[in-house]
Design a protein. Structure first.
Ligand SMILES: Nc1ncnc2c1ncn2[C@@H]1O[C@H](COP(=O)(O)OP(=O)(O)OP(=O)(O)O)[C@@H](O)[C@H]1O
Length: 622
């Protein structure tokens, strides 16, 4: 009965009359109350799956009596263990055959025992993500020789990663992210010959990346971000020719990027941002045809942006912000048809900003604070001098400048804009049907299960507010990102339409004063928008609640933010967007009190002066 809407509690005598029961599958329902201790009377149980519910209270110790139990999933509930029983494994020491133990996202408040390896030697999968576990990872962990998956991420573990981890020769996925682990990454990890996914991000790990890392030829995902790693990136790392994702961001790594990077032919994400990398960006990066995200931001890279970047045919995000890059932005980038995000701000670039291909959609934010970039006025750079335009263009510009009077020129420009606007409007019954400009290709994939996890099962504690078509919850993903999740109440008339409109508009618009969409989760009976989280709440609260106060400058800035957003919606896009519901509760404020306009559920897209999208709505028209 997995994945239904079953609610209520489990009968307290549940296990008494089911002597032959071998499996309980009740994962992802709305069940609550305590887990009845009588469950242990169903002594033939091999599998107990109660994850993703709202069970609370103590995990019954009697579960340890289920001697045949192989899989126990209690993840994503609100369960604890007895405060006298800090050792979480003591609960399961008699479950001799236990292979899969999932307790993630329960406030267990326990510790990992020193004798961890004496327990459960059959364990294959262990998930204690986000269980508020303290203590050190004991060296005995190396005895769990059958482990293929271990996640202790999002806990409060301290101390070093024991070298015995290298004895886990079957290990395929190791997640120790978001703890307080310190010391070096033990080179013994290179003996884990099956390791495919290693995530140690968000700790205090220091020293260097083990040189033997290239021995782990099975490695596909390597995430070491947000640590204190120093010294050069070992050359051996670039020899991992089958790796898909490398995230070493926010460390103190130095040295240059080896040209051997060109061997990583299947790499899709490379994030080396916020380190101290220097030297030139190797031309060989241009051969990485699967690369979708490349971030080298906030380093000390110099030289020019390689022309070979034009070969990064899958690139969606290119972040070179905050380096010492000089020379011109290569024209070769105009062929990158999937490029949706570009940031070359805070470098020493000069010359003309290309105007073709993806550059049509980039705004001034992509090019701020460089030495001498020039181009279109909307990019906040001076127009290019004729010399930099090449001889033919220069002649053309001269003719326009001297032959046509300014007024005539203006008329022509306005005419061209109007005609192209009309053509665009006719071609697109909605904002755009062009598959090549689908930003949702870059949206993070988020499942219903992840949303449940992020919001602790859409708990009331995380409710941010309620609107006309549903509720908005605060969520925190396992990587620490906060989001706002707008869950539509599909029973309300107009909710489907509101969802479609909001999706349609948010997926196309991009402006610093509009709330950004991160993803959508859409099934037949569940629809949610995952939005950037605005930590300072809505403007209505700031204006009318006694507990909040805005000074004049803040008020002025927020007014400018809202005006900039409206200007963009009305004029900045080929199809004007009329918000229809502008009110203080729809102006959200981020951590820096920057205003972001939200709620497009009843917005209208205008084309040829005709409203294409209209909704019956209960929300305020404003
Ligand atoms: N991205 C976000 N970050 C933080 N809080 C948010 C976010 N989105 C919405 N909220 C909060 O949730 C509340 C409800 O938002 P929602 O857009 O559903 O409805 P509303 O705009 O308040 O009402 P209506 O739908 O009637 O216009 C907002 O007022 C705001 O306080």
């Amino acid at each position: 009965m997995l994945g239904n809407h079953l609610s209520g509690t489990l009968p307290s005598d549940m296990g008494l009359f089911l002597p032959n029961l071998r499996g309980i599958y009740l994962e992802v329902n709305e069940l609550g109350g305590t887990i009845p201790a009588s469950i242990c009377n169903a002594s033939q149980l091999i599998l107990v799956d109660l994850g993703g519910n709202s069970f609370s209270g103590l995990i019954p110790k009697s579960l340890g009596n289920l001697r045949l139990l192989q899989r126990l999933n209690l993840g994503l509930n609100n369960l604890t263990i007895e405060s006298s029983e800090l050792n979480i494994f003591s609960y399961f020491s008699s479950n001799a055959y236990l292979k899969n133990l999932y307790l993630s996202m329960n406030p267990l408040n326990g510790v990992l025992p020193n004798s961890i390896g004496n327990h459960s030697i059959f364990l294959e999968e262990l998930d204690f993500t986000g269980c508020t576990i303290k203590g050190n990872i004991a060296i005995d962990i190396g005895n769990l020789s059958r482990l293929t998956y271990m996640s202790l991420g999002g806990n409060d573990l301290a101390g070093p990663i024991p070298t015995t981890i290298g004895r886990l020769s079957m290990l395929e996925r190791l997640f120790l992210f978001d703890n307080r682990l310190k010391g070096p990454i033990p080179s013994d990890i290179c003996y884990s010959g099956r390791l495919g996914n290693l995530n140690l991000a968000g700790n205090k790990l220091s020293g260097q990346i083990p040189k033997c890392v290239n021995n782990i030829t099975s490695l596909r995902y390597l995430t070491l971000a947000f640590n204190q790693l120093t010294s050069r990136v070992p050359l051996s790392l670039w020899r991992l020719t089958d790796i898909l994702v490398v995230d070493l961001s926010s460390n103190s790594l130095s040295g240059s990027i080896s040209s051997s990077i060109g061997n990583m032919k299947v790499l899709t994400i490379l994030n080396l941002s916020r380190n101290q990398l220097s030297g030139h960006i190797p031309e060989t990066i241009g051969g990485l045809i699967s690369l979708a995200n490349l971030s080298l931001a906030v380093n000390q890279l110099e030289g020019s942006i390689p022309i070979s970047f034009g070969g990064l045919v899958s690139l969606e995000l290119l972040d070179l912000f905050g380096n010492n890059l000089s020379g011109e932005i290569p024209k070769s980038l105009v062929v990158l048809r999937y490029l949706k995000y570009l940031n070359v701000s805070y470098n020493k670039l000069r010359g003309e900003i290309p105007t073709q291909g993806p550059f049509v959609n980039f705004s001034a934010e992509s090019f701020m604070s460089n030495d001498a970039l020039c181009g279109l006025i909307r990019l906040n750079v001076p127009p290019c001098k004729e010399a930099s335009l090449g001889p033919r263009k220069a002649i053309g510009v001269s003719i326009l400048k001297y032959v046509l009077p300014t007024l005539g020129l203006t008329i022509i420009v306005v005419f061209v804009v109007l005609v192209s606007g009309k053509l665009h409007g006719k071609k697109n019954s909605k904002l755009s049907n062009n598959k090549d400009s689908m930003p949702w290709l870059t949206w993070r994939r988020i499942s219903h299960q992840q949303l449940l996890q992020a919001t602790e099962g859409f708990s009331e504690n995380n409710l941010l507010g309620e609107g006309s078509f549903g509720s908005v919850y605060k969520g925190r993903f396992l990587d620490g990102t906060y989001v706002a999740i707008k869950v539509l109440n599909l029973e309300l008339e107009g909710a489907f339409k509101s969802f479609d409109i909001e999706c349609e508009i948010l997926q196309h618009v991009r402006h610093r004063n509009l709330v950004k969409i991160i993803s959508v989760c859409s099934n037949i009976d569940f629809k949610a928008l995952v939005l950037e989280y605005m930590s300072k709440g809505n403007l209505e609260m700031w204006l009318y609640s006694n507990a909040h106060c805005l000074n004049m400058l803040q008020r002025l800035n927020i007014m400018i933010d809202v005006a900039a957003a409206l200007e963009y919606l009305h004029l900045g896009y080929s199809t004007p967007i009329i918000l229809c519901d502008l009110k203080p509760s729809n102006v959200l404020l981020d951590e820096d009190m920057v205003g972001h306009v939200a709620d497009f559920g009843i917005a209208k897209l205008l084309s040829d002066g005709i409203s294409l999208t209209q909704t019956m709505t209960m929300a305020t028209i404003g």
